[in-house]
Design a protein. Structure first.
Length: 441
């Protein structure tokens, strides 16, 4: 069973993509991506046209009209992703693996097989908690159904607002759900991807000849925190946010975590409030309102028509609103996230590969070819754990910087930093010198 960290302990990918469920993938998940999804907030209240309705059973189900509800019905049974493993299996699905096997904290295992009455689907089993849990105590965070296969051809699926697998037509689906964020045409299929936030994607596959909807890939790894625990959470600025200090100058070496983003200098991790002070706004429909202490949450920031999907961490001792949480990655490219970004010695989008290498100096990097793209990635890791890094994407044809990503998580807890600083100061020559205050970031 393959497991993947999807929050701060991941090697993050640059883009969030709808993932096919035809086997386990080693694709990693981004901490911050940009999307311009145009899916309607209030889709038209009409039904998809029928292909051959005599072959598709009708079920009386009550689903939302909105695709971003992440609801679906299988053989008339309703689901809402994410859903508990217990509720999912109570509807007759049998896991082909060992449900006592543990999923690591804040991780997920992709492409796990479930069967029911000779039919087969794959799902993503997610553990959003901060401790390891057996599969049986985790969530179904993704579901993948392909009715073009022998194992999936008898699976009848209903989606919000009357859309039905093996029946609805591509043009009708687009009129109901709106123009997808991404449309990909292959030799035999057309894929619509709708994106609603970090780790919230739905990809619909249509037969290229008939236009009939035949596959569904739905992923939603976000969970709602305990409402009572977050009831009445204070919005007052936390000590961790107050301790943040913006850099005064651009960086001169790789992995000092200083980023010039949209012509503003930030040091990662950076409080959400710092970005808000520079004209980013929170999309409240797509964001958590508050986050428990020591936990992660999700925020969609908007500026200039673009969306910045962020995983944020509450480093404080108490629950707090998302504005007091910290963003741990910033990203920009020449294709989707067209926000000016620069790092060490002025390395920026459009810098030639030779100039980039000269400015990076003697810093060690791992060089890899990115699959299914024309990019070569140079990744500068801060240590062997490979949790914090700077990644530069080079266009193989143009030989210039096409993408930049910087990821930095809080290396030590504030109290550990304070103890470290005090110890260093106590050993200094001057006893009268006061310890310097270390930012939470």
């Amino acid at each position: 069973m393959k497991k993947y960290r999807w929050v701060l302990t991941a090697v993050f990918a640059a883009f969030l993509m709808g993932t096919s469920g035809c086997g386990k993938k080693t694709e990693t998940i981004p901490i911050t991506t940009i999307s311009q999804s145009t899916d309607d907030d209030d889709p038209e209240d009409n039904l998809a046209a029928s292909g051959d309705s005599d072959e598709i059973p009708e079920y009386d189900v009550d689903l939302s009209k909105n695709l971003n509800s992440f609801q679906l019905a299988i053989w008339g049974d309703t689901y809402e992703i994410p859903e508990s493993y217990a509720d999912f299996t109570a509807l007759g699905w049998v896991y082909s693996g060992d449900d006592a096997k543990e999923i690591q904290p804040e991780s997920f295992s992709e492409g796990e097989i479930f069967e029911k009455d000779g039919n087969q689907i794959t799902v993503d089993i997610a553990n959003p908690d901060t401790t390891a849990k057996p599969v049986a105590e985790c969530l179904i965070g993704g579901i993948h159904i392909d009715t073009s296969t022998a194992e999936g051809q008898n699976i009848y699926v209903g989606l919000p607002n009357g859309v039905t697998l093996q029946q609805s037509l591509m043009e009708d689906v687009e009129s109901i759900y709106g123009v997808p964020k991404d449309r990909y045409e292959a030799d035999t299929s057309v894929q619509f991807t709708y994106e609603y936030g970090l780790y919230q994607t739905i990809t619909l596959g249509f037969d290229n000849e008939t236009g009939i909807l035949y596959s569904l890939d739905m992923q939603n790894f976000t969970t709602t925190a305990d409402a009572e625990a977050l009831d009445g959470v204070s919005d007052a600025t936390t000590p961790e946010v107050e301790a943040y200090q913006a850099p005064e100058a651009d960086s001169s070496e790789i992995n000092d975590w200083t980023v010039r983003f949209d012509d503003v200098l930030y040091h990662l991790p950076v409080p959400v409030s710092e970005l808000l002070d520079h004209d980013w706004t929170i999309n409240t429909k797509e964001s958590d309102t508050a986050v428990l202490n020591g936990k992660y949450g999700y925020v969609t920031l908007e500026k200039g028509g673009q969306k910045l999907y962020c995983t944020v961490h509450n480093y404080g001792a108490e629950a707090t609103t998302v504005r007091n949480c910290f963003v741990t990655s910033l990203y920009g490219d020449l294709d989707t996230t067209k926000i000016p970004i620069s790092i060490t010695n002025g390395i920026t989008l459009g810098t030639s590969e030779s100039d980039f290498l000269a400015k990076a100096g003697d810093a060690k990097s791992e060089k890899t070819e990115k699959e299914n793209s024309n990019l070569t990635l140079y990744t500068f890791y801060s240590d062997d754990e490979k949790l914090d890094y700077t990644e530069i994407g080079i266009d193989n044809d143009l030989k210039l910087v096409r993408s930049i990503k910087v990821v930095h998580n809080q290396p030590e807890a504030p109290e550990e930093e304070a103890e470290k600083t005090s110890a260093e100061d106590s050993s200094s020559v001057s006893d009268s010198q006061e310890p310097s205050e270390t930012p939470a970031s």
